[in-house]
Design a protein around this ligand. Structure first.
Ligand code: ADP
Length: 162
């Protein structure tokens, strides 16, 4: 039987418990998940591309069914090159929907046979985003419930906090 592989793309600036929850639940459906960090020069990220990748590798080092990779250019080309047929995306509020819908429609037009699968956020992470974690951390708020300890340490170092 062939392996069921899904690609979970994103900026992951940085990875949060919301992302990890999608990965954990995705592993109940797929044999392998490729976490694909987008090298998107248009987005202003706090962490460099390499830092984002290193943090995800660190956090997921014990998960043998997860591979961390990077991609540039069209996601759909990357997915085909990896011989995967499914893209996983998470949905939080209605505000995610418009954007995700547009991308999924475009990808289904230009990608051959690649499906986008949406997973609803878990109740406790519905409000959680990398942006809000960065904001709270920069103001020295407690982010223990939102990111793993490695990510918390990296965020604090970025903002020069102890
Ligand atoms: P992008 O810039 O591609 O949106 P993100 O790193 O912000 O990258 O998000 C990657 C994916 O993870 C998106 O599908 C996003 O909706 C999903 N995601 C992020 N945070 C959560 C969360 N708290 N619950 C569910 N899905 C989430």
């Amino acid at each position: 039987m062939s392996m069921k592989i899904a690609v979970y793309p994103g900026s992951f600036d940085p990875i949060t418990y919301g992302h990890l929850d999608i990965i954990e639940r995705g592993l109940k459906v797929f044999d392998e998940i490729i976490v694909a960090v987008a090298c998107n020069s248009q987005k202003n990220s706090l962490f460099t591309f390499d830092e984002r990748v290193a943090l995800i590798r660190d956090v997921l080092k014990d998960e043998r069914r997860v591979t961390v990779d990077t991609f540039t250019g069209l996601l759909i080309d990357y997915v085909s090159a990896r011989q995967a047929h499914v893209i996983i995306r998470g949905l939080r509020a209605i505000s995610d929907f418009e954007y995700e819908f547009q991308i999924a429609q475009m990808n289904s037009c230009i990608g051959k046979g690649v499906e986008t699968l949406f997973m609803m956020t878990s109740l406790q992470y519905g409000y959680l985003s990398s942006s809000i974690v960065k904001e709270v951390c920069s103001l020295n708020g407690n982010i223990d419930g939102f990111v793993p300890p490695e990510v918390k340490a990296a965020l604090k170092a970025k903002f020069g906090l102890h």
